[in-house]
Ligand binder design. Structure first.
Ligand SMILES: Nc1ncnc2c1ncn2[C@@H]1O[C@H](COP(=O)(O)OP(=O)(O)OP(=O)(O)O)[C@@H](O)[C@H]1O
Ligand SMILES: [Mg+2]
Length: 234
């Protein structure tokens, strides 16, 4: 870890999608840094490239050009198996639709990233149980996703994202599918988890009010960061 605690560094990032004869230059040069423990909100109009950027910095997709360092590692140097291992150990994801496995219980879903990492089941159960308690779902651990509310499913997804104790969590409109009160509750949970554990979160949100509570806001427009500002620490 470098002394200035920069956990994510993006330089000159570009992304061009080529589909058929259509060439879409979505990201035209993105630069930013994220410090450990920061909550960063990514905002901007629909179609501007927020998910594209999140997927690239989250290592799920590759840029057409540019540099990306996460936890002092040049992640673009990895081959696919190396990247998959790094991602599993270092990064957590929460998506708009929870992507929980329907045939598994809440606690089994939370354990899944740890099982993939090859850790012992008994240990994983303890940690998953602790995480589900932390997200307020201790009483729902044996429920399958179909037996949970939308807000509860997203909380399970948050617990799963934290399972391998990631350095950084990426969330793409995690409350986009929830009503106002469930959305507020989910954001409060993410904020509390970040503050309590000094964990870094990068969150795409359409909700400008919630974005104002982030430490840093990146406003994307026409392939670039139109506006980057730090919010006051409350
Ligand atoms: N796989 C792809 N192939 C071609 N074009 C794509 C692909 N994925 C996204 N795009 C295009 O890139 C642009 C940015 O898409 P992206 O999903 O990143 O936007 P967004 O800011 O997340 O939008 P929203 O707020 O609606 O989720 C859009 O114009 C989209 O049509
Ligand atoms: Mg999107």
């Amino acid at each position: 870890m470098s002394s200035d605690n920069i956990i994510l560094s993006v330089r000159g990032l570009q992304k061009v999608y080529q589909s058929g004869r259509n060439r879409v230059h979505v990201l035209k040069g993105i630069d930013f840094d994220v410090t450990e423990g920061q909550i960063v909100a990514l905002i901007g109009p629909s179609g501007v490239g927020k998910s594209t950027l999140l997927n690239i910095v989250g290592t799920l997709d590759r840029p057409t050009q540019g540099n990306l360092r996460i936890a002092d590692t040049d992640v673009l140097e990895f081959d696919e198996p190396g990247l998959a291992r790094f991602r599993n150990e270092t990064i957590g994801f929460v998506f708009q639709f929870h992507h929980l496995l329907p045939e598994f219980t809440a606690i089994e879903n939370v354990m899944m990233p740890g099982l993939i990492a090859g850790r012992s089941k008994a240990q994983l159960w303890q940690r998953a149980h602790g995480l589900l308690k932390e997200v307020g779902l201790e009483h729902r651990i044996e429920h399958r996703p179909g037996e949970l509310s939308g807000g509860e499913m997203q909380r399970v997804a948050v617990a799963r994202a934290l399972m391998n104790n990631p350095r950084i969590v990426f969330a793409d409109e995690p409350s986009g599918n929830l009503d106002i009160s469930a959305s507020k509750a989910l954001h409060d949970l993410l904020w509390n988890l970040s503050r309590k554990h000094n964990r870094t979160f990068i969150i795409v949100t359409h909700n400008n009010e919630l974005a104002r509570e982030a430490d840093k806001v990146l406003d994307i427009f026409d392939g670039r960061i139109k506006n980057e500002h730090m919010n006051q620490v409350i």
